[in-house]
Each structure stands twice: as C-alpha cells, then as structure tokens.
Design a protein around this ligand. Structure first.
Ligand code: CDP
Ligand code: MG
Length: 687
C-alpha cells in the first residue's frame, strides 16, 4: 500500500490505493481550427477587460463574426472555458448584429444562466437587467433595454408557446447543445421551424447558433440543413488521470478521503473540484470537510468549501467564482453543472465520483425516477478536462480503469429516457403533434403514447388518438410546472384549499427545506417532530410553511429548527408567482383550515399515478406501474406502515424509495379518478 493513501488522522480503510496513470490527450478534436495565437494566461483574476483579451476566442473574433454573418445557422465547437458563452454574444452585439431584436442564449441550468449573465454584465459594465439580463423559472431580470438575454432552455420553450416564431429574437444561441436536455432537443425543432417560416413569410430573419464543447458534429450539421461548423482552437494542458485501484463501495466516502489526500500534499491555491450528484450529498460532504479540517494540524493551507448546485441561491453561486485568497485552498463540491456550463478558475485537481443524478422514466411502467447513475465516458473526459484549464493538472477517478471502460461512450439524450408528459403538453399548446415533430433524435414511440395516456387521465386531452387540448389542458400548459402539479393547482378550488396547495406545490418546486447535519441528526429530527403530521410529509411541509410565513424574524427561527432558510425563502417567492398566475386564471383564493383530507384528496387529482399499496412488512407496490418500493428514511411516515400512500417521487439508490408521501384512503382514489382506479384495481377493492 502506498503511504500517500493512509496517513490521515481520521481512520481511512485501505480503500483507495495508488491508481494507474493514464495520459490525457485533450478531447480529440481533429478538424482544422481557426488560427489561435498562443497567449499567456492572466493570473490576476480581477480585471475582466484584460481577461477577455486572453480568451482563445478573442483572437479569432473577426473571422468568427464573418463566419456567423455568412449563413443563417452556424455550429460552433470549442473547449469549455474558451469564451463561447460569455464572449460570442458580446462580439455580435459590438457589430450590432442583433439589429432591433434580442440575442437569446439558452442554458440547460438556471445556475449557469444567472452566473453567466452576471459575468457578462460585469464585463460590459452594466447592471443586470439592463443591457444584459436573465430569465429563469420564477425569476425574470430583464427589461425593455435588454439585448443579451441568458435564459434556460425551458424558459425559451415557454416563450415559444406565446409566439412560436420567437419574433422578439433576431439571434438565438442554443448553448451547451451536447447536453441534449429535453428542452434543448425540442428547441432545435422549434427554432428550425421558426427560422424557415420567418424566411418563407419574408419576416425579419432568425439566426441560429448552436454551441457545444463536444458533440456529434455531423449529426447536428445534417439536422440543420448542413450548417457550417466552426472549430475554435482552445488550449488544454495535460491532465494526469488516476483511477482507483480497486472497486469502491462508497463513492462519497472515497471522494472525501481523496480530498484530504490531495490537501495534505498540494501547495496552497491549488484548488480542488469534486463532482458529486446532488444538494443533500454535497451539503453533507461540505459539513464533513469543515469538521475534519478543524482537526487537521496547522501545516495544511486553510480550506474554503463551496457547494455548487442548481438550486443554490444566486449570491452563493457567485461566491464560487471569486479568486481563492492567497495561501488558502478552495474545494468546490459540484453537480455536473461544472462539467461544461460554468468555468471556475484555479482548479488543479478534479475528483470524479463517476456518478450523476438524472431523471429517468420507464415507458413500460410509466414510473418516473430520480436515479443516481454512472456517467458516460464523454462526461468523464469533460470532468477530467476541468483540471487542465490553466496549467497541467490531475484527475482522480474514484473508480477503476475497468469500470471506466465499461461506461457508455456517450450519454443517452434525455428525450429518449425521460417522462414526456410535460413536453407533449407544451408541444400540443404550440399546435404540434409530438408523433410528427421533427426531432433530431426521436423519442421512443411508446414513451409518447404513455405521455398522451397520462395527459388523458389528467383531463388535458380528449383522446389519445386525436390529441387536441381541452380547456383544462390549455390552462395546465400555462403553468411552469409539471402537468401533474398544474392539475393539482387547478383542482384546488374544488377542494377549497388553494392556499394550502399553493404552499405545498411551491415547496415541492425547490430543494429540500430540511437541513440535517450528520453530526446533529438527532437534534434536527427532534426539531422536525414539532411540525410532523400523521397525514404525512405534505401536511408536515404545510405546517412548517404556515409557521414560517407568520413570522417576522425568519432566519433565526429557521436556524433553531434546522430548516434551510434560503430554500424556504425561494419557495415563498415561487408561491407569489404561482398565486399571480392563479389570479390570471380566475382561480379564487380559498382555505380548508385544518381539514387536511381536502388537501390530500386534491393531491390525488394530479398524482394518482403515484400511489402505492402495502404488500407485506415495509414493502409497497405502486398501482399501475407495479414496482416494488419502500418508504424513504427521510419521510415522516418512515417506520409507520399506512396501507395506501401517495408519493411525490421515486429515487433509486440501491432500492427504490418513495419520497414525500401522504397517507391516503383507497376510497378517495375510486371517487376522484374512477377510470384510473378501475383499470388498475386497488387491492382494497378486489373482492
Ligand atoms: O462557454 P465557454 O465554456 O467556452 O467559456 P465561457 O463560459 O464564456 O467562459 C470564459 C471564461 O470566463 C472562463 O474561462 C472564466 O475564466 C471566465 N468566467 C468567469 O470568470 N466567471 C463566470 N461567471 C463565467 C466565466
Ligand atoms: Mg459555455
């Protein structure tokens, strides 16, 4: 065993051993590149104007602009960090390419849209919301002066519902195209059509720019009528890749161990970027690191830990980008957002857990799942590349070379593995039949049919064969929510509980409001007990929200009760927006007071596909999809065994767990969704 891997003050089993070395040779872009003069990198991190000139894209800007001007659609490929997202929109604006329109730049994640807009506003020396702004779900920081608008792909799709020709835009940049999110994939078809129709009708032209770090270029170029491809030269320093010698049972623990192995030896200001899967995991690890750091002897540099995930409040997101104070070390714990969407300077070490949390859908059973799963080789290389942005670096893969070899070469596009209910509804609102839509890669037919069936049960369409939107369906499409939650909100008036449902849906739209530090778990759970309702998690959430909103001093109360103030605050902002949408849809406010059955019944109107019945000791089976599931340990119903439950989602971590549950009566299901209930007979009614 190599001593490098064992000399820690906390007890580390000999899990990670000295891994093999592999050389990293960039990501293999072979086509000719535009000239790129070698420039020296700026190390003084606070002068954006100077930094801009040092980005690879700067030297080729004139040729780039000429290429973009030549054709209606251009595909631009370049290394992460070469300046595509922040610079190219500015170059276009400098020559007034947008004319009287707007340049819209889409991002798959809100965290990226917000931080990029903030960065570009800083570079252009303007306030956010003026020349440069952003729009993400529940937040719009733009004005009539905005020319450069960073927005999530989901938001642009919503705008297309109001104007399918997207006339406000003269240029649309579909960024991070390699991510292939469902929304980006759908947008490809929408903007392609908008461009063609605008040309045909002799309206103002629409320029489309597709940008990506890596992607199957020919596939994209063919789809966009053989659009030209521009390759940006980028620099990528060599990164030494190290694999774990043996299989690791626990990637979180192994990543933690690796952080301190690096920390003990690496010089200060050599920062570490760790790829993990989600908020809870990241916050728990951040806590562990801070604890362990306190116990280390004084020789190692001081550690500063920064979490980075999509639902992180804007201010905290920006903190990650500040240069590390001299003599310290930054450790960034990120989801896959740092893979390509955002670039953080100073990273010398990458630790790759090899895992990612992704939504997946089983079209056969209709069950939707959040699943921690293995990344693809392409993702592994992207993560590796983050260590070689400014100088040579290291990438520690917490998995073996054999495991790497067994990973999929490329990730499967989301559209081929996720629930399409939302997309199908949005396309219907645009007057498009999903089965005939010009997808770059078609989703499986059965997934579309499954989505149509769900929409029929929800009352959004009349029949699967002739899917025109009902009045209810049109209303559902207006809410920026999963159709199941839109349905719940639109049913709330009938159950006299609009206030309550607004609160619950808002809380479910953000990340968990519970803050449970591993070392204070008992205290945190005791604090939660005060709010717990025997009805389950939804009513527990409601109890918390009711108290929260009645207080004037909220922050301290949250701290005392182990609640995440920021996430509660976010929920309250979401609630305000949804309330406004309800007002516009003429839904009057109403409250059921303490009659919680009304709330539970209302939840069934949208979540009836998420019902499970007990089979035997602690084991449940979902109605309809017939999956074996258990109650997640984080649920307030964990330990009790109600015969019938409604759940918000299923997560798979080894076993399948239902999260956020309510105890319900089978009779209610029969009353509320008789068609569904009789098709998938609930056991209580089998005679
Ligand atoms: O899009 P691409 O990955 O090619 O690069 P970019 O996002 O335009 O970023 C270019 C450079 O701007 C990065 O290398 C970062 O150094 C810097 N940047 C930053 O400092 N802070 C941000 N919020 C975004 C970018
Ligand atoms: Mg970018």
């Amino acid at each position: 065993m190599d001593s490098k891997y064992s000399a820690f003050t906390f007890k580390v089993p000999n899990k990670i051993q000295k891994p093999n070395h592999v050389n990293f040779n960039g990501n293999g872009i072979k086509r000719p590149r535009l000239d790129d003069q070698q420039t020296k990198l700026c190390t003084n991190g606070s002068v954006p104007a100077k930094q801009r000139k040092l980005l690879p894209v700067y030297n080729v800007r004139h040729r780039l602009i000429a290429e973009i001007q030549k054709t209606p659609t251009v595909i631009i490929i370049g290394e992460t960090g070469s300046g595509k997202t922040t610079q190219i929109p500015q170059f276009m604006h400098e020559v007034n390419m947008e004319k009287s329109g707007i340049i819209g730049i889409t991002q798959p994640r809100r965290v990226a849209a917000i931080t990029l807009s903030s960065r570009v506003a800083e570079e252009m020396d303007c306030k956010q919301g003026e020349l440069v702004g952003y729009t993400v779900r529940f937040e719009d920081v733009t004005s009539s002066h905005t020319k450069l608008k960073y927005l999530t792909d989901g938001m642009l799709l919503r705008e297309a519902m109001l104007d399918n020709l997207l006339m406000a835009y003269s240029i649309i940049v579909l960024d991070e195209a390699h991510e292939r999110t469902v929304h980006t994939d759908v947008l490809f078809g929408i903007v392609k059509q908008a461009q063609a129709v605008r040309r045909m009708k002799k309206l103002a032209p629409l320029k489309i720019i597709v940008m990506s770090a890596t992607m199957d270029v020919d596939h994209f170029s063919n789809y966009f009528n053989h659009a030209p491809v521009v390759y940006l030269g980028g620099r990528q320093y060599p990164v030494k890749v190290l694999h774990a010698k043996h299989n690791q049972e626990d990637y979180v623990f192994s990543s933690l161990v690796t952080i301190f192995q690096i920390h003990k030896e690496a010089p200060p200001n050599h920062d570490i970027l760790v790829f993990l899967t989600g908020q809870e995991e990241i916050e728990a690890m951040a806590n562990s690191i801070r604890q362990i750091a306190l116990e280390l002897d004084g020789k190692a540099p001081q550690l500063k830990v920064y979490p980075l995930y999509s639902s992180l409040p804007s201010q905290q997101q920006l903190d990650v980008f500040r240069p590390t104070p001299v003599g310290m070390r930054k450790v960034i714990l990120s989801t896959n957002v740092a893979e390509t969407s955002v670039t953080i300077s100073g990273i010398k070490y990458v630790i790759d857990s090899g895992m990612v949390k992704a939504r997946s859908h089983h079209p056969g059973t209709g069950l939707d799942m959040l699943k921690v799963q293995k990344i693809s080789q392409a993702q592994a290389w992207q993560r590796t590349g983050r260590a070689g942005r400014e100088s040579s670096g290291f990438c520690y893969r917490v998995y073996t070379k054999q495991e790497f070899d067994s990973l999929l070469k490329n990730s499967i596009p989301e559209i081929q593995r996720c629930n399409l209910t939302s997309v199908v509804l949005q396309l219907l609102a645009l007057g498009i039949n999903t089965l005939e839509f010009d997808f770059i890669d078609k989703p499986p037919r059965e997934a579309i049919v499954c989505a149509l069936e769900q929409l029929k049960y929800l009352g959004a369409i009349e029949t699967v064969d002739n899917p025109g939107l009902t009045k209810l369906g049109m209303k559902m499409a207006q809410f920026p929510l999963d159709p199941r939650f839109s349905k719940i909100l639109l049913s709330a008036n009938e159950y006299n509980c609009v206030e309550e449902i607004l609160s619950i849906v808002s809380l479910l739209s953000g990340e968990s409001i519970f803050f449970i530090p591993p070392n204070k778990k008992d205290k945190a759970l005791a604090a939660r007990q005060k709010f717990v309702s025997p009805a389950g998690d939804h009513i527990t959430l409601l109890n918390i929200y009711r108290q929260y909103s009645s207080l004037t001093v909220k922050k301290q109360w949250c701290q005392e009760n182990f609640l995440n103030w920021r996430n509660l605050h976010y929920a309250s902002e979401v609630r305000t927006q949804l309330q406004e949408l309800c007002r516009r849809c003429n839904i009057p406010m109403s409250s059921c007071g303490q009659d919680y059955d009304q709330v539970q019944k209302c939840l069934i109107t949208g979540l009836f596909m998420n019902i499970a019945e007990i089979q035997r000791e602690r084991q449940y089976m979902t109605v309809g999809s017939r999956q074996i599931v258990s109650i997640h340990p984080s649920s307030t119903l964990f330990g009790s065994q109600p015969p019938c439950v409604l759940f918000t989602e299923v997560v798979q971590t080894g076993r399948c767990y239902m999260r956020q549950l309510s105890r319900i009566e089978p009779d209610w299901v029969m009353d509320i969704v008789p068609n569904f209930a009789s098709k998938h007979r609930l056991t209580a009614h089998v005679t």
